[in-house]
Design a protein around this ligand. Sequence first.
Ligand code: ADP
Ligand code: MG
Length: 393
Amino acid sequence: MKLDVNVLRYLSKDDFRVLTAVEMGMRNHEIVPCELIDRIARLKHGGTYKVLKNLLKHKLVHHDSSKYDGFRLTYLGYDFLAIKTLVNRGMFNGVGRQIGVGKESDIFEVVKEDGTVLAMKLHRLGRVSFRAVKSKRDYLRHRSSYNWLYLSRLAALKEFAFMKALEEHGFPVPQAVDCNRHCVIMSLVPGYPLVQVRELQNPDVVFETIIAAVIRLAEHGLIHCDFNEFNIMIDDDEKVTIIDFPQMVSVSHPNAQMYFDRDVECIYKFFAKRYNMSFDENENDSDGLEVDINEVGRPQFSEINKNSGFLDKELAASGFTRKDQDELEKLIEGELENHSDSDDEGTADEEDEEDINNTNVKQLESLDLAKEDVNHQTGDDKHDDNHQVGDEN
Ligand code: ADP
Ligand code: MG
């Protein structure tokens, strides 16, 4: 997705006020009625309507008049709200080139005033997963254009919380800097994803480091669930950094064993194919590279001394609770099982709208996000800019 941040400069205080009003209205409306937006924004002399036109022109909102006259946020509109909040906090003041298009995210470089470059990950949960789970999950049968907003936000909060906790436990992960809405700011990892690295000086060392990390994660009660050559970064010194955490699960998850084995298998397969390593324990020829891990064999989930309390203790501190984890796990279960790499830019089908609304309300209640302040992400709301807008409803 193109992110023309120049538009940011042309947006006035009123523009953001109305955009925030649309966001607030989306807590309990898929399409926010114009009158409600106007009531929340409280601009004088019908100003809201003029502003909405401008927001529409910049594709920050989507207009829908199929049932009543109303608007909803677009990804871009949500991006701008998050970016504006983070800029106001002084996290960065410029958005640079796009460095990654993930399955369910867009990643950009952002620049701080002192020139430091960070990575900004905008979560797009729902871009793929709703289609993937559609046939499996009854309660997600009806995707809607606004579930993604809450789910993306929850995914970002989860990623931020995990990154922070993992970093504190000495795991090789990016430094978690800040989080707002569906947006995570982290340190920029030098190097490239493993998938792009044609040659390694010491593939066996890299391999062992990676396998040791999967084992250590499990010892800390966690399984990455998307542990592969796309989510492992390698720098010039062949240092390993693990990224991409929204799908992590606890070792107490019912499918933990399967996820763990799959993560391990991905790494074995990749190193066998790309670096011609041989892992067959019965094989005697020495065609492949010598790998120490052969001597002990593949890591067995059952043999790992797992501390499953990690999630509860460590993550809650970042505002991501066990309940959030359970909810998100349930909602992205299909995605986890499918593990599909296919990209699908599809947006919501305009399906049975009444059902969509019912699903949304149920999901929002269970996600427990509807009651919260939309800006209240990291437990630190002293920077919130929502106070510009009057009381909702
Ligand atoms: P997704 O969940 O959509 O797969 P990822 O977190 O894996 O998103 O990021 C997608 C791509 O963006 C990565 O493969 C990597 O190339 C790049 N990327 C992500 N985070 C960083 C970072 N902190 N530093 C540098 N590049 C990054
Ligand atoms: Mg990824």
